[in-house]
Design a protein around this ligand. Sequence first.
Ligand code: HEM
Length: 139
Amino acid sequence: MPDIHPFLVHFPIALYLTGLFLDLLGVVRRDPAPLRAGWYLLAASCMGCILAVGSGLLAKGAVDVRGPALESFALHEQLALATGAGVCLLFYWRLTYRGDIPVSHRNLYLLAALITAGLMVSTGLLGGILVFEHGIGVR
Ligand code: HEM
């Protein structure tokens, strides 16, 4: 089976970060339209994360990782799992409010969303290091 992880990973990253930007815009402007769009992007990003984690775990069995790449590889995997868990939890949290950001816990929600963005960016950066510095998955 071809390694589709590099093809899939860009979707959750782009969808999540754009969704968070729209959420912040909606909160600052008190405008429900960007918040609705942010919710849809979070839902799509959650699906993308599940695919990215699944394809990453499949790629893990197919690539040859050794030497200095091992540490980056382990960190990429751990951060990816934390990212996936974070996005899924945020999705579930908002689902219980029918897609709205919970008013009573708004700051807590946004803090969790920003931490998850940090995890997402770190996961992506480490993935790039795996490929472009260590040549993992490159024939
Ligand atoms: C939220 C989930 C994940 C994201 C956003 C993500 C992101 C990335 C990115 C951006 C790259 C570099 C791709 C490129 O530049 O071509 C990459 C590579 C890679 N990632 Fe992930 N990753 C995720 C989950 C995982 C998991 C759970 C594993 C399992 C250990 C994994 C294993 C790999 C491997 C082996 C590579 C090297 C390229 C390949 O052979 O596929 N990733 N990842």
